[in-house]
Design a protein around this ligand. Sequence first.
Ligand code: GDP
Ligand code: CA
Length: 330
Amino acid sequence: MRITAIAGGVGGARFVRGLLAHLHSSPDADRRSTEVTVIGNTGDDITLFGLRVCPDLDTVMYTLGGGIDDAQGWGREGETHTVQGELAAYGAQPQWFGLGDRDFATHIARSQLLGLGMPLSQVTEVLCARWGLPEQGVRLLPMTDQSVETHVVIEDDEGRRAIHFQEWWVRHQAAIAAQQIVAVGMERAVAGPGVLEAIRDADVVLLPPSNPVVSIGIVLGVPGVRDAVRGTRAPVVGVSPLIGGRPVRGHADACLAAIGVDTTALAVAGLYEDFLDGWLVDTADAEAAWPARLAVRSRPLLMSDVDAAAAIAGAALDLAVELQGDRASA
Ligand code: GDP
Ligand code: CA
């Protein structure tokens, strides 16, 4: 079986880690031999101190590789901040983005390879080899090898301007209303090697509970990706990132407001209405005027630990298999 998931950072990474736990412990031989392709959001990427930082790719890589700071959800465990302290002593900017020493090594290694002319997809493969992703049957594919950066249009005392998504999210904690969210460079972007094939040739396509606007929404904006998801023969099953009409962590509500969409599981499903077959929502969000053609199931969706995430991923997969069966018998 081939599963393709479209992922952002923490929500995507925790879901995929749960999916792997579910697959590897499954009594079903088909599930145990599953290949998982994760298409990662690179809209969050930013160049800091001359280094290319890919927060969402790294969150997936560290989470699946066992190197994540689990309490925080991102960054390396056991982290120290000597380099950042030294940079601050020089007055080097910016200081609002936290980078630990271990994490710095990832960005140095990545930037070195990019500097030699290696595309991001290959660089990511090199980095992921260290974390044992291939041994777990996982490929992590950046959505594109081109630079696409999510910028946010805001207006405050300094006037109306666009700032990098990370500045809005990390520095301002998304507390300034976003008037528009723009993916700079998207028109010129080409889907990364293997991305469209992984969607078209999948047996199951999963949308983890990632941010629907700045994670999944950005990946879907890469030319060809949305059409591939629409055209795939695989059932497409999504997991809601909301519990009781609120994001579990982060500011997805501020992102949804920026595009004029309500923070409800129904409205998020509406963003995917042209391709979504199955939708897993939290028990607290089960009651809504669901479209008749959407297969909606409800269960607790809090990924409190790996076992909880594995149960959620298993439920998403069960729904996909059920939908496959419906198609086969239709
Ligand atoms: P980011 O790039 O680190 O912000 O991570 P993602 O885009 O992958 O995921 C962020 C989304 O994950 C947020 O909208 C959260 O509401 C959602 N999320 C985080 N933890 C959980 C959880 O335990 N359950 C569910 N259902 N959603 C979660
Ligand atoms: Ca992100």
